[in-house]
Design a protein around this ligand. Structure first.
Ligand code: AHM
Ligand code: MG
Length: 336
């Protein structure tokens, strides 16, 4: 059950003033990103009426067809971050290269990363989607930021968050030690703190995986899921439920509220690729939030947050959620 906290109806600005008092630039950047998310939420809510459905007709660096909303959300976030005056450079899932201010024009001390629209396959079918973001420290030297400056392990993130555009628009943010939740009031455009403290329960009876890929999985994943499916009659001795929203933000949000384990493992369809999801834009921010909420996040061998990134758009296998299940999957891989 979600616990109660003293956050009720405190504005995001008020929360940041208290939590990030030592770093006004970071607070201003998060407020700018949150305002961009509120704008995206407005477009999402109006759907066909705001002309955001359908494909843009372009491809991103990963060879994926961009949806209209992928491109719009990307532009809105870049403009907001730029206007905040708090970023030294930006990396986006939808941009081939980083966007950096040239030497001499550099402003903020932060690197901003985002997946502007997570769960793109759900846009046109009116299912929950989201925006994921994180902030890393910029190098202190005055040189123009390069992609190499972004290659910092997830543990170095100064803040991470997501906006979930579902029945309600929710902002989940970690800055400091706790994970805080805000709800967008569409009447005023304000983000208001809600009285929910997200906590991932250590054990669970619910898993999330795209089952249609079963035949492509490595043996430890297949064995783990088969054991869950065997339920009471199998070695686990308990029945499991399954959910798969195909929006990582929405699956993670459920896990933060009621526990569960999420897997997007390596599979044999593209054996040279570590996984489908992106380390810098998806796994690191959500991994930090899940860890801070008492859960665990690994690539099936080691904590996501300890991975030393080697490239900006790097893929990674992801196992995250309730610690007992993540440990079980991770140990099975180590033993294999
Ligand atoms: P996206 O960022 O292009 O939307 O892709 C990431 C999404 C995740 O949100 C989700 O967990 C996964 O892709 C769904 O993949 P699949 O369509 O294979 O189920
Ligand atoms: Mg995504």
């Amino acid at each position: 059950m979600p616990a109660q906290s003293a956050l009720t109806h405190r504005t995001l600005a008020g929360y940041l003033e208290a939590e990030a008092a030592h770093d006004g630039g970071l607070a201003a950047l998060i407020l700018a990103v949150a305002a961009a998310c509120a704008q995206i939420s407005g477009l999402v809510a109006r759907g066909a009426l705001s002309g955001v459905l359908g494909v843009a007709g372009t491809e991103n660096v990963q060879g994926e067809t961009q949806k209209t909303l992928d491109v719009l959300a990307n532009t809105i976030l870049i403009k907001a971050a730029d206007a905040s005056g708090q970023v030294a450079a930006i990396a986006s899932e939808e941009e081939d290269d980083i966007l950096a201010f040239p030497e001499g024009e550099r402003r903020g001390r932060h690197l901003l990363l985002f997946d502007p629209l997570d769960g793109s396959s759900n846009i046109d079918v009116n299912v929950s989607i989201g925006t994921i973001f994180s902030v890393l420290p910029a190098p202190s030297a005055a040189h123009t930021v390069t992609a190499a400056d972004f290659l910092q392990p997830g543990r170095r993130q100064l803040a991470a968050g997501y906006a979930l555009y579902g029945p309600q628009t929710t902002l989940v943010l970690t800055i400091g030690e706790e994970v805080a939740t805000f709800t967008l009031d569409p009447a005023t455009g304000q983000w208001l703190g809600t009285d929910i403290v997200l906590k991932v329960s250590p054990s669970t009876r619910e898993f999330a995986i795209n089952m249609s890929n079963r035949r492509h999985w490595a043996e430890p994943v297949r064995a783990y899921i088969d054991d869950c499916l065997a339920g009471k009659d199998g070695v686990r001795g308990k029945d499991f439920n399954m959910r798969w929203i195909a929006s990582m933000v929405a699956d993670v949000h459920r896990i933060l509220n009621r526990g569960g384990v999420f897997l997007y493992p390596w599979d044999a369809r593209e054996p040279d690729r570590a996984g489908k999801l992106r380390l810098m834009y998806e796994a690191n921010p959500l991994g930090l939030i899940v860890e801070r909420a008492g859960g665990a996040a690994t690539d099936a061998t080691m904590p996501i947050l300890d991975i030393q990134p080697t490239s900006l758009h790097q893929r990674v296998a992801v196992v995250l959620g309730s610690v007992e299940e993540v440990a079980r999957v991770t140990e099975a891989h180590r033993a294999a």
